[in-house]
Design a protein around this ligand. Sequence first.
Ligand SMILES: N[C@H](CCC(=O)O)C(=O)O
Length: 262
Amino acid sequence: MKSVLIFDSGVGGLSVFKEVAQLLPEQHVVYAFDNAAFPYGELADDVLIQRVCRMVSAICQQQDISLVIIACNTASTLVLPHLRDLLNVPVVGVVPAIKPAAAISKSKIIGLLATPATIRRPYTHQLVKEFAPDCEVEMVGSTELVQMGEGKLRGRKVDKKILSDVLAPFINKTDCIVLGCTHFPLLREEIEDILGEQCLVIDSGKAIANRVVTLLKEGDQMTSLSKAEHFVFSSAPVKEEEALNQELEKLGFATISRAPIF
Ligand SMILES: N[C@H](CCC(=O)O)C(=O)O
């Protein structure tokens, strides 16, 4: 039975997995993360293009994959055209939800919280120009929050003080912020707590899941009446990851193995 491949630098893509699994509970999933090169938000563009293309195409050759989700804004805003040239399955990317945020915002002052690389990308600035021309967009790039999301899934406590400092430019200013990194929905509760209910927090997870359903239906690739099997592959050698493996088990995944191709 074919699987959907979900790819990220770390565990952030699990926020996308949760949305996909809600709509497609019978879908087999291969989750692959490039933890050997984490964090992607600090990587040079050419290195990122090369790594993502090499790994994703190798996994597609090795596993029976019906569709690829690049569950990483940092990679999607750069590598999608390169990947689509290489693969013969649909590739769905995750990019910051600027368009819905601009539509929802009443004050027309919105926020974008992403990695430093996503904030720098011409792709992101084009999105703002095209879909939020009437908005002031406050942009914050943070690798610290990416690390915080990784830590939370490994049972570490979220440091609210650090989080408040990162979110400070949005506080009492924006009425809607976009989580432009898939690690950040893992911190949604804490972020919402700090920003208060006057600020809406949105991400692209549900839109991606809907797009995946449409593409699988179009390609006649919907799996049904089977028990979903999920596997996880990391690029770095597997170390003691007890807390993370427990989280993964709750989501229906087998324990992490190292992808032989990495
Ligand atoms: N989760 C990723 C990348 C985080 C990182 O590795 O810097 C994103 O959506 O941008």
